[in-house]
Design a protein around this ligand. Structure first.
Ligand code: HDE
Length: 685
């Protein structure tokens, strides 16, 4: 790909034709104050090119961020698949990954409540393989023919193009309430999974059941899982909404900055394998994309790791022009009859033909396979290749090239899985796809108390934005099939009577679904804000910073103004950021060092007071040294938390004179590793 990168550092400005340009600031005019001349080819070319810079955005998943890296298996999977990139422990395959939201346009905010795309292009030696997944393991619909309806319903409403980046509107809930197969996915969407703290802290799922195939044609069903090394963590809803304004690029920036800083995001690839003969061993259909295979039933085997270690150099050329396609498979990976997957296999190439302006987008640098490409496809807009010789098969004039790889196949040759197919042409949904509620209930049953509370609040928020009383009622009625308490709590928030309980709602749970069980390890890249002002004692700040950065966290000193602060003790303290440019939603924890002078300044600064108040309300660790507690009080943290012995249980950490800064830093690190404190005196978050 390197040979496609432009490197203009040492060259003069030219036209598209390579002619050197003397001046690009002034057009060619007839006289100093005269009209601009048509003859000015540089001016015309420059403006014309600019006029054509935009391309259509993706019809869904328009807003995204991408990065390069590699995938590396821990072990060989050749017992199950002949896929070359999975055949050998440690064999590195380059990848490009794009994360995205679904509903909003390119310019929408990152932290909206939405599904996140997690699409990976593996540039394998045997061709490109795309695993085009999401951060939730199921989908809203079972058959791809419903996709245009679903997307029309969730996108901005057609008359006024509102709301941007939100599903909280009438048409979405109208559709879903009439389409009960969406209920399981709605549970995920109303959960905290829909507001990830970071792309680096979310799971990914292939969603469909795919098929591994061995060289001798043996098939095994497979579901793909990505598990983040940093654990699965989310924002809280109030925080997400504030962040959407404070930094609409919140997730994109986080990905970019972590890679720039050398903290490379990492996921483990896991597979759930089901032998072909067990196809009907489950009480749901493996072909139904509204169902998971509970991990307690089929464990997820860890098979390799994905590391992202390089940012793109040009967003448009790389992240915008990348084209993923579920049908980009390599030998050893094949499809199943999942009707959602089958429809996707048509849609991606089709949509890319219009988005990328013709059939040659696989020649764009980011889409080019590393494997050699030989075929008789010719011409089309934007053709980059000069093809000599014949353009048909069979031929003798071109020496019979490019030749068939041979009907017998052989290593590196794709052969479709020889599945027996027999049936009548009918438009029906299989009876095995009819249960729409059991796994929605499974999800609810698996949640911790605080996760359930967040789900109830999310339903209340979303349905509270719906103006149609019929839609609200129909939806709460559907929820009664998931759980009576859930339905009653949502109904209560909407001022509706609790729906009649439904008999026989399943009580099974799958602990693997709760984020509480997916916390990951350590505090790598967690961001701690230190609120300082003139007078702050630089000594303890340096000690805490050293200790926390030693454990991988990022510590930034925020002060009412930029520049060097005049510390109380020895030494000066540099502010990393001016407080007015930042907000607590951009950090994971806050620390207020002591000194009467500094704390008096901060307590009189609404931005500092709000910073602490919000951090506490959003469940983040809050720490103070000595006099720093006065800012906590100014931010109205309950006295029992600031002064009481149970403070550490609530993630509020106070160092008095006797505790060293190092001890405080360690306690803060432990609190950070817990991510959030969902039950705090004085509030729920
Ligand atoms: Fe997509 N989806 N999708 N989708 N999808 C697109 O392709 C589609 C579905 C997913 O970063 C489009 O190039 C249909 C499930 C991701 O570039 C389009 C159906 C899953 C991305 C399309 C689905 C996804 C897309 C729009 C129902 C998770 C962004 C632009 C059958 C497994 C990829 C484009 C990127 C993008 C069609 C459902 C994931 C229109 C018809 C299920 C991550 O082709």
């Amino acid at each position: 790909m390197a040979r496609f990168r432009a490197a203009p550092e040492h060259d003069a400005l030219t036209t598209d034709q390579g002619v050197r340009v003397d001046d690009t600031d002034n057009a060619l005019h007839a006289g100093e104050r005269g009209p601009t001349l048509l003859e000015d080819f540089h001016n015309r070319e420059k403006i014309t090119h600019f006029d054509h810079e935009r391309i259509p955005e993706r019809v869904v998943h328009a807003r995204g961020a991408g990065a390069y890296g590699y995938f590396e298996p821990y072990l060989s999977l050749s017992e199950f698949t002949c896929a070359d990139f999975l055949a050998e422990e440690g064999r590195r395959t380059p990848v490009f990954v794009r994360f995205s939201t679904v509903q909003g346009p390119r310019g929408s905010a990152d932290t909206v409540r939405d599904v996140r795309g997690f699409a990976t292009k593996f540039y394998t030696r045997e061709g490109n393989y795309d695993l085009v997944g999401n951060n939730m393991p199921v989908f809203f619909i079972q058959d791809a023919i419903k996709f245009p309806d679903f997307v029309h319903a969730v996108k901005m409403e057609p008359q006024n193009e509102m709301p941007t980046g939100a599903s909280a509107h009438d048409t979405f809930w109208d559709f879903c309430s009439l389409q009960p197969e969406s209920t399981h996915m709605l549970m995920w969407l109303m959960s905290d999974r829909a507001i990830p703290r970071s792309f680096r802290m979310m799971q990914g799922f292939g969603v469909h059941t795919f098929r591994f195939v061995t060289a001798d044609g043996r098939g095994t069903f497979v579901k793909f899982h990505w598990k983040p090394r940093l654990g699965v963590h989310s924002l809280v809803w109030d925080e997400a909404q504030i962040a959407a304004g404070r930094d609409p690029d919140f997730n994109r920036r986080d990905l970019w900055e972590s890679i720039e800083a050398g903290s490379y995001p990492e996921w483990e690839l896991g597979v759930q394998l089901v032998p072909e003969e067990d196809e009907f061993a489950f009480d749901f259909d493996l072909l139904d994309a509204t169902k998971i295979i509970p991990e307690e039933q089929v464990p997820v085997r860890p098979v390799g790791r994905l590391v992202l270690n390089r940012n793109p150099q040009n967003f448009f050329a790389e992240t915008e022009q990348v084209a993923f396609h579920t049908a980009n498979v390599v030998p050893g990976i094949d499809f199943t009859n999942d009707p959602l997957l089958q429809g996707r296999n048509f849609s991606y190439l089709d949509t890319q033909l219009i988005r990328l302006g013709g059939p040659n987008f696989s020649q764009l640098p980011v889409n080019r396979p590393l494997a050699d490409v030989h075929h008789n496809h010719r011409d089309g807009f934007g053709q980059q290749v000069i093809h000599p010789g014949t353009n048909y098969f069979p031929n003798s004039l071109g020496g019979g090239c490019p030749a068939h790889a041979g009907s017998g196949g052989g290593p590196g040759v794709f052969r479709h899985y020889a599945q027996r197919v027999d049936g009548e042409k009918i438009r029906v949904r299989s009876a095995s796809f009819q249960d729409h509620y059991s796994q929605a209930a499974l999800f609810w049953n698996s949640m911790s108390d605080w996760e359930r509370r967040h789900i109830v609040e999310a339903f209340r928020f979303e349905l509270g934005k719906v103006t149609s009383a019929t839609v609200r009622e129909r939806m709460t009625g559907n929820l009664a099939h998931v759980n009576a308490e859930l339905a009653a709590a949502v109904a209560e928030g909407l001022g509706l009577p609790a729906p009649a309980p439904v008999e026989g709602v399943p009580s099974a749970a799958s602990p693997a679904l709760s984020q509480g069980n997916l916390t990951g390890e350590g505090i790598d890249t967690r961001k701690v804000a230190v609120l300082a002002a003139d007078g702050t004692d630089a000594g303890p700040v340096a000690a805490v910073r050293d200790r926390l950065t030693g454990r991988g966290a990022i510590v930034e000193v925020l002060a009412p103004r930029d520049g060097t602060l005049h510390g109380a003790g020895e030494g000066l303290l540099d502010a990393d950021r001016a407080l007015p440019t930042m907000a607590s939603v951009l950090y994971d924890a806050v620390l207020v060092p002591g000194s009467a002078e500094a704390v008096a300044t901060l307590s009189a600064d609404p931005a500092a007071v709000r910073f602490v108040e919000e951090a506490y309300r959003h469940g983040k660790p809050v720490a103070a040294i000595g006099e720093g507690t006065r800012l906590l009080t100014a931010a109205r943290l309950p006295e029992e938390v600031v002064l009481g012995p149970s403070a550490p249980d609530h993630g509020v950490l106070i160092a008095d004179g006797s505790a060293s800064a190092e001890e405080l830093a360690d306690a803060l690190a432990d609190a950070l590793a817990r991510h959030r404190f969902p039950y705090r005196p004085g509030l729920l978050n």
